[in-house]
Design a binder for this molecule. Sequence first.
Ligand code: 5GP
Ligand code: ZN
Length: 111
Amino acid sequence: MTDCIFCKIAQHEIPSTVVYEDDLVIAFDDLNPQAPVHTLVIPKEHYENAIDGVPAETLAAMMHAVSEVARIKGLDDGFRLISNKGEAAGQTVMHFHMHVLGGKPLGEGLI
Ligand code: 5GP
Ligand code: ZN
């Protein structure tokens, strides 16, 4: 996708603060953090959302990246993992991504 901002971040065409990267995925800090730690994990290939036919190997790589983000960022006490699908959920970038949020007590409510 030529006009997708996260594709451009994945290709290092747009700068980001990279936390973790491998062949399939990249994790980088959110531009507008909602918590002391707010890192996005995305596949390098373009999929619109979590249920857009993402290969199992890529999903596994993303979960591995989440664990690496948690380790690197010191989220030993816990973190919240969120993925918005569609406008009703508030998805603004239509390239599948998972938010890793933490670094402070987030409370029991999801929203
Ligand atoms: P969504 O609302 O789609 O679930 O989340 C999109 C996230 O991407 C938002 O938290 C927003 O701050 C972040 N974001 C949007 N554009 C950029 C960008 O160019 N760089 C980075 N690092 N984050 C971005
Ligand atoms: Zn994309």
